[in-house]
Design a protein. Structure first.
Length: 400
């Protein structure tokens, strides 16, 4: 019998989606499942984007250029300027099939199989999957829930660096914790990148959602034009996850040209997605403001509610729309599965993502979950009630 590849066996299951079969089974029996497990915004897509999709007048749905349509890339130049990302042109921007492809192409352009990349844990779980695909090794430095998942000390980064280290990956604002790195913390990252001449791959897809009143600081403004590779996406800021449009931005011509080889090999980014994204960028400032205010209200309500449940603790995230929460259980994954298979309250239950899957160290995050506050307030309120009841029932079940 043919054997599965080592890479395939090493590929981890997504902690965000691995419990989906249990949720599907529950729904098949009429159970309502509140999805706190995935960052799928429930806010409407900009009407401009929807209208552009409805009114496509092409007779042929053709390939686009491998780097994406010029009109979209030119509009993105203006968008980035609003965040202090200047001195870039459309020729620094490549449109990708979601931010995921941008990350994967950055890995494959900048590192050889066997090279090492440093990232902070807990971190977005799919980074590990992309690293496995690219054949690179991920080395982690650990942030802690006790200090809100602040940037680990520089000594931890120094200890993690070896002769094989080629890149540092930073997500800001952070998925899964919602932490926002300060200008001071980013300067410390800059020092490490300069000292060891590393690539800095900066995933900044949540820049629109920073709640602490401080201006967002992009890695593109650190003065490292040959080191920084920016990864971006329209998925979250315009509630357009399904159109699969991301971006890779770099001033490093060698990186750009190398990424373009991969882009040419996969032919082109999604045509329909580019049409929607192109229409969504300009004239949606009021839309962006309303989304920001709604997510901030949800954050304030949800975090307060979580911390009111006995044994539950969540730091206050200052960005994105996620939080990592410690629960009074020994095995959060078992609890999450049990919520889908056994727990019901008036025909309803909740789905969460076990946080252990966001850590590289298998001993960490065992009593934690990641939750996304992407539901309307009434659904968040109901989710909190279900969580409180589920914890009480689960711990009573395991005690007796």
């Amino acid at each position: 019998m043919p054997q599965i590849s080592h890479r395939g066996l090493e590929m981890p299951s997504s902690p965000i989606r691995k419990l989906v079969p249990y949720a599907r089974e529950a729904k098949s029996h009429g159970v309502k499942v509140y999805h706190l497990n995935i960052g799928q915004p429930d806010l409407p897509t900009p009407q401009k984007g929807l209208d552009a999709l409805k009114n496509i007048d092409r007779k042929t749905l053709e390939y686009s250029p491998s780097e994406g349509y010029a009109s979209l890339r030119e509009k993105l130049v203006g968008y980035y300027a609003k965040f202090g990302i200047n001195d870039i042109s459309a020729e620094n921007i490549i449109i990708t099939s979601g931010g995921s492809e941008a990350i994967l192409f950055a890995f494959m352009a900048c590192m050889n199989p066997g090279d090492e990349m440093i990232m902070v844990e807990p971190g977005y779980a799919n980074y590990i999957s992309f690293a496995v695909t690219a054949g690179i090794k991920v080395v982690t430095v650990t942030s802690n829930i006790e200090d809100g998942f602040a940037l680990p000390p520089m000594e931890a980064f120094e200890e993690a660096i070896t002769p094989h280290t080629k890149a540092l990956l930073l997500c800001n604002p952070t998925n899964p914790t919602g932490y926002v790195y300060s200008a001071e913390e980013l300067q410390r990252i800059k020092e490490i990148v300069q000292k060891y001449d590393l690539y800095l791959i900066a995933d900044e897809v949540y820049r629109e959602f920073v709640y602490n009143g401080e201006p967002f600081v992009s890695a593109m403004t650190l003065g490292l034009p040959q080191n920084v590779i920016l990864v971006d996406s329209v998925s979250k800021r315009y509630s357009e996850c399904g159109i699969r449009i991301g971006m890779l931005v770099t001033k490093n011509r060698m990186v750009y040209d190398t990424v373009m080889k991969y882009c040419q090999a996969r032919l082109s980014p999604p045509l329909l997605g580019q049409i929607v994204a192109d229409a969504s960028i300009e004239g949606t400032e009021e839309y962006a403001k309303e989304c920001f205010e709604e997510y901030k209200k949800r954050r304030d309500f949800f975090i307060k509610g979580l911390n009111s449940i006995p044994g539950v603790f969540s730091p206050t995230p200052n960005g994105a729309f996620y939080t990592v929460v410690s629960l009074p259980v020994a095995d959060a994954e078992d609890f999450c599965r049990w919520c889908l298979t056994d727990f019901r309250l008036d025909g309803e239950t909740i789905m969460m993502a076990p946080a252990a899957g966001f850590y590289r160290n298998p001993d960490l995050g065992r009593n934690q979950v990641r939750m996304a506050y992407v539901l309307k307030k009434e659904d968040l309120q109901r989710s909190l009630m279900l969580l409180r009841a589920a914890l009480k029932a689960y711990n009573h079940r395991t005690t007796f």
